[in-house]
Design a protein around this ligand. Structure first.
Ligand SMILES: Cc1cc2nc3c(=O)[nH]c(=O)nc-3n(C[C@H](O)[C@H](O)[C@H](O)COP(=O)(O)O)c2cc1C
Length: 371
C-alpha cells in the first residue's frame, strides 16, 4: 500500500521497508524529515501586537527543536486579522510578523529540526477569549472589546460564540489572496513545510460539513459542491508555496456526529486534496460542534490512517500519543508519521526518552554530562 503513495511529481515518501519506523526519515518533495515524530501545532496565545512572535515562542519552539523531533510545527497562524481565533494568535500578513517567524524558523533549524508552520482561517470559531481568561474559548469577544465579526459559510454560531456573517463571493476572493500571500510569507520566513488547519471546526472544515454549510450557491449542497471552496483554498496556498516544498492539510477523519462528515466523505476529500498538490493529510477529528463525540483512547486518529492510504498523499495523525509503544504501533502500520501534542508540552524531551537510545546517539552533546 505504501508504494502507492503519490507525491505530486516527487520521489515520494519512500518504498515499504521492513526497517521503517517512527525513527526513519520521510521524504516529501525536496524535504527530508529526519524522523516521523513531530510537534503538533499548539496555540500559545502569546503573540504581541497584532500577531507577532515573542520571546516566549522562541524559548518554547527552541526547547522542542532540541528534543529530537523530525519536525517542529509552529502553532496555528492566521492569514489575516479577522481570521484569528483570539487577539493573541500569531499572524503572517506583515513584515514585522515575517521577521519574527524568521527567528523561529532559524532557531528550529539551527537546533536540529525541520521548521513548519500551520496556517489558520478560524471561520465561526473566531474572536473568542484565551483559555486562561474569564471569557475562555467558548465566549465571544465582541468588536467593542477588541474582537471582530467572524465570517463563515453560513450564519450558524458555534456554542456561545458570535453569529458569523455569511461569506460573500468578494470575501472568498479576498481570503484566497490572503492565503496565497501568507504562503509566500511562510516561505520567506524560512519554513520548509506548510500546513493548512482544515480540521477542528475551522473555516475549511465548516465548508465541508453539512452541519455547518447550509449554502444554496455553488459552495453548498452535495459533497462535491461543499469541497469546492476548500479546494480553492489549497490551490491558493500551492500558488504561493514553492513546488519543491511539501504542503499538508489537517483534516477531520469524520465529524463524530450523525448527519456530519463520514470517513467515506473524508477519503474523497483527501483524494481531492492530493490531486491539488497536497503531500500529507494530517488527521484530527471532531470539534466542529460541541455535541460531537470526543475521542480519547490512545492513537484514536491514527487508527483511521489505513483508510486514507489510497488517497494519494502521505498520512499522519495526532491524538493521545504519549508512550513509546504508541509510536511502534502507529508507524508504519497505521500512518507515515505522528504529531505529538500534550506529551511535548509536559516534556520537550519526550521524544528522546521515547526513542530510548544511548544518550550519545541522540541527546544534544551539551547535555551528555547529565547521563
Ligand atoms: C494548548 C493546545 C493548543 C492547540 N492548538 C492547536 C493549533 O494551533 N492547531 C491545531 O491544529 N491543533 C491544536 N491543538 C490540538 C493538538 O495539535 C493535537 O492535535 C491534540 O492536542 C491531540 O494530540 P495530543 O493528544 O498528542 O495532545 C492544540 C492542543 C492544545 C493542547
Amino acid at each position: 500500500m505504501r508504494n502507492d503513495v503519490h507525491h505530486c511529481g516527487t520521489d515520494g515518501a519512500g518504498a515499504a521497508d521492513a526497517a521503517e519506523s517512527a525513527w526513519t526519515p520521510l521524504r516529501l518533495r525536496d524535504v527530508t524529515l529526519p524522523n516521523r515524530v513531530w510537534l503538533s501545532p499548539m496555540c500559545q496565545y502569546s503573540a504581541e501586537g497584532d500577531g507577532t512572535p515573542t520571546d516566549w515562542h522562541l524559548a518554547h519552539y527552541g526547547a522542542r527543536a532540541a528534543g529530537g523531533l523530525g519536525m517542529v510545527t509552529v502553532e496555528c497562524t492566521a492569514v489575516a486579522p479577522g481570521m484569528r481565533t483570539t487577539a493573541r494568535d500569531l499572524g503572517l500578513w506583515n513584515e514585522q510578523q515575517i521577521a519574527g517567524h524568521r527567528r523561529l524558523a532559524e532557531v528550529i533549524a539551527t537546533v536540529g529540526s525541520v521548521p513548519a508552520v500551520q496556517l489558520g482561517v478560524a471561520g465561526r470559531k473566531s474572536s473568542h477569549g484565551v483559555p486562561w481568561d474569564n471569557a475562555g474559548t467558548r465566549s465571544a469577544v465582541p468588536p467593542d472589546e477588541g474582537g471582530w465579526q467572524p465570517l463563515a459559510p453560513s450564519p450558524v454560531p458555534f456554542a456561545g460564540l458570535a453569529v458569523p456573517a455569511e461569506m460573500s463571493p468578494a470575501d472568498g476572493t479576498r481570503l484566497l489572496e490572503d492565503l496565497e500571500r501568507a504562503a509566500r510569507a511562510a516561505h520567506r520566513a524560512g519554513y520548509r513545510l506548510l500546513e493548512l488547519h482544515g480540521a477542528n471546526g475551522y473555516l475549511f472544515h465548516e465548508f465541508l460539513s453539512p452541519l455547518a454549510n447550509h449554502r444554496a450557491d455553488e459552495w453548498g449542497g452535495d459533497l462535491r459542491a461543499r469541497m469546492s471552496f476548500p479546494l480553492e483554498m489549497v490551490r491558493a496556498l500551492r500558488a504561493g508555496w514553492p513546488e519543491d516544498k511539501p504542503l499538508a492539510v489537517r483534516i477531520p477523519a469524520e465529524d463524530l456526529l450523525d448527519g456530519g462528515l463520514t470517513v467515506e466523505d473524508m477519503t474523497v476529500v483527501a483524494a481531492g486534496l492530493a490531486a491539488c498538490g497536497v503531500d500529507l493529510v494530517d488527521l484530527s477529528s471532531g470539534a466542529l460542534v460541541p455535541e460531537a463525540r470526543r475521542l480519547s483512547e490512545p492513537l484514536h486518529n491514527a487508527r483511521y490512517g489505513p483508510l486514507f492510504r489510497d488517497a494519494g498523499a502521505a498520512v499522519a495523525a495526532s491524538g493521545a500519543i504519549s508512550e513509546a509503544a504508541h509510536l511502534d504501533e502507529a508507524v508504519p502500520e497505521l500512518v507515515d508519521a505522528v504529531f505529538v501534542g500534550r506529551a511535548l508540552l509536559r516534556d520537550p524531551y519526550w521524544a528522546l526518552r521515547a526513542k530510548g537510545s544511548a544518550p550519545a546517539e541522540s541527546w544534544p552533546r551539551q547535555y551528555l554530562r547529565a547521563f
